[in-house]
Design a protein around this ligand. Structure first.
Ligand code: ADP
Ligand code: ZN
Length: 624
């Protein structure tokens, strides 16, 4: 590819040459964010550490320098399952790429090695354990090397859950190939991991490029959990019909139930969890990647290596244990930069369950304290009446002014009502106190609402002054009050006593009337299916692929999609390797009539225009 470069381009500056490759090969008009600076630095021979969120566009940061420099770009990646897709995607734009991993036969591997030695490849993807073999290092010593890219560099971290021991040995690259530039990339934000990467990979002299971890195309929504499965079906049907999405649940049993429920409700869904047979699990993952519009219902076992760019929503039916987890899981939505949604239904039982898990774990005291603090931060995010994005980013050290509003989270789009709940909270606190701090939420709500039962009668709690004092507040609102009191540390949960609620020290001033409490009022009823739910609620139009299209364009888009599916089947690659939705949508809207018009469509580089330009023009012409 680089050989075909016309001489006048070769004479221009590195930056101009990079932009030329971006346009001609990848078909994108401009670089995003830090890309241009990173590419120029690495193409010029410098080392780099790149911290960029998922979907930020890390791949181009080493792909384009590999095209610009002499020799092959060696990409170290732990995700063997994805290498082939990446190689296919590069082949589709005319970049000469191959991979070296344990899935190749000896003959296939030898063929790739010969191409590396002959300088016939722009990029080679290598699994770390393979790279570290003497055979592979010897091969690379004999070959011209453009650069080393260490993808998913957080895998060096001993403390992260993706730890890969071979990553810790990659400093050998620096020793054996001191002149080849190295670029390490990760979407993990925290400073501790960053420091570990620098040390482990001997990147002390690398320039560090930190992007904002904001994912502006993701809308965050956290709703009060009622009938969770119905809420989920409504959410998908109203906002993401026909789209790909991921639904996370905590347990295997729940994964199975929810997947079955979605299928019954007409949403095509597949289960994925560690208890399934390997073959079936791999099969479901493959289908999710290759078919349009499937929903994967999964435990968090599903994630690492989900590179599918067009996941339109990530839904949580159970609250993650930390903001890191929430950010990572929701981050699998919208890698293609198109609008996507992170939706979570959460309730009191999440709080109780998660606190219990921490309390009863075998971990050290210090570890439990850290887990508790992480859970509290997650709870704070779920309960906040302020901007969710501001909270999320603040957790990763990106501060915004207190009144900053992102305009693309539920609390910004439909600001929640807050109310002076001092009296309600006092009623709750005294109910807990009067009943002896021995009962859980349901019992307390029944006493407050004056709903006597056999147990309440047996303890004589129907004769207390607090019995029925809260009849004017409905049960869901009471549960929300309790949840918020737990999140605010007014209440402790006693797990030895089966989740009994007790007054925490911070409850005293409230009980004594020295401190007011303001809480979020929840909607009286969970949002019901309304056919025109989105418009009625005045919500941000986030939806499946055709939402933003006029009806005639939507019809053309669907035709293009059907054509894409055929092509992808013939080639044995996922549809998004052929074209992203965004490209098809741009074609449906612009309706290019000739090759020149086609060249203005984003995502259509020279190779794809040569391969598929005519077919696309024919489909567009037929639709006029
Ligand atoms: P990451 O590895 O950071 O998660 P990718 O490299 O997979 O992200 O890129 C995410 C998506 O953004 C891809 O679909 C890619 O084609 C697209 N993309 C990257 N850079 C640009 C750009 N400059 N213009 C348009 N699209 C881009
Ligand atoms: Zn917001």
């Amino acid at each position: 590819m680089s050989a075909a470069r016309p001489p006048e381009v070769a004479r221009t500056s590195l930056g101009a040459r990079a932009l030329d490759r971006l346009r001609a090969v990848f078909g994108y008009p401009e670089f995003r964010g830090e890309q241009a600076a990173i590419i120029e630095h690495v193409a010029g021979g410098g080392d780099a550490l790149v911290l960029m969120p998922t979907g930020g566009g890390k791949s181009l940061c080493y792909q384009i320098p590999s095209l610009l420099r002499e020799g092959v770009g060696v990409v170290v990646s732990p995700l063997i399952a994805l290498m082939q897709d990446q190689v296919d995607a590069l082949a589709a734009v005319g970049v000469r790429a191959a991979c070296l991993n344990s899935q190749l036969s000896a003959a296939q591997a030898s063929a790739v090695e010969a191409r590396v030695r002959a300088g016939e490849l722009d990029l080679v993807y290598v699994a770390p354990e393979r790279l570290l073999t003497e055979r592979c290092l010897a091969l690379l010593t004999q070959s011209p090397i453009a650069l080393f890219a260490i993808d998913e560099a957080h895998c060096v971290s001993q403390w992260g859950h993706d730890f890969r021991p071979e990553y810790a040995m990659l400093s050998v690259l620096h020793e054996r190939f001191p002149t080849a530039p190295r670029i390490a990339l990760t979407a993990t934000a925290d400073p501790a991991t960053r420091a570990e990467i620098v040390t482990a990979l001997a990147l002390d002299d690398a320039q560090v490029f930190v992007s904002s971890f904001d994912r502006p195309n993701i809308t965050y929504r956290i709703v009060d959990r009622g009938e969770a499965r119905r809420q989920l079906v409504d959410f998908i049907a109203q906002r993401h019909a026909g789209s790909s999405g991921i639904v996370y649940c905590l347990s295997r049993a729940k994964v199975e139930q929810v997947a079955a429920h979605l299928n019954d409700a007409g949403v095509r869904a597949l289960p994925y969890h560690a208890g399934m047979a390997n073959a079936e699990r791999a099969d479901n993952q493959q289908r999710f990647l290759r078919e349009d519009g499937l929903v994967m219902v999964a435990t968090i076992a599903f994630g690492m290596g989900i590179d599918k760019p067009d996941v339109r929503f990530v839904a949580h039916l159970d609250m993650p244990r930390s903001i890191e987890g929430y950010y990572q899981e929701t981050g699998r939505a919208g890698r293609d930069g198109e609008p996507a949604e992170a939706w979570m239904a959460y309730g009191l039982s999440d709080v109780v369950q998660q606190r219990r898990m921490i309390e009863q774990s075998e971990a050290s005291e210090a570890h439990r304290r850290v887990s508790g603090a992480k859970l509290d931060a997650m709870l704070g995010l779920a309960e906040t009446a302020g901007c969710r994005r501001a909270r999320l980013l603040a957790y990763f050290g990106e501060e915004h002014p207190a009144d900053w509003r992102c305009g693309n989270c539920d609390n910004c789009l439909e600001p929640p009502a807050t109310f002076d709940a001092t009296v309600e909270v006092q009623k709750l606190l005294s109910c807990i106190y009067r009943t002896g701090q021995r009962f859980g939420a349901q019992y307390l709500v029944n006493v407050l609402r004056g709903k006597g039962d056999e147990r309440i009668g047996r303890f004589g709690h129907d004769r207390l002054g607090v019995f029925g004092v809260g009849a004017d507040v409905d049960e869901r609102q009471w549960r929300a009050v309790i949840r918020q009191c737990i999140a605010m540390d007014l209440l402790d949960v006693d797990f030895e006593a089966f989740g009994a609620l007790r007054l925490a020290p911070a409850a005293r001033p409230v009980l004594r009337g020295e401190q007011e409490v303001h809480l979020r009022r929840i909607a009286a009823k969970p949002a019901r299916s309304r056919r025109k739910g989105r418009e009625a609620a005045g919500e941000h139009p986030v939806d499946d692929a055709t939402a933003s299209l006029a009806p005639a364009d939507a019809a053309l888009f669907e035709q293009l999609r059907a054509w894409r599916l055929e092509v992808s089947r013939e080639r044995g690659v996922p549809p998004y390797v052929v074209f992203h939705d965004r490209t098809l949508r741009a074609i449906a809207q612009a309706r290019p009539a000739d090759a020149q018009a086609l060249a203005t469509i984003p995502g259509l580089g020279e190779k794809k225009r040569a391969d598929w330009g005519e077919a696309l023009l024919r489909i567009v012409a037929a639709a006029q």
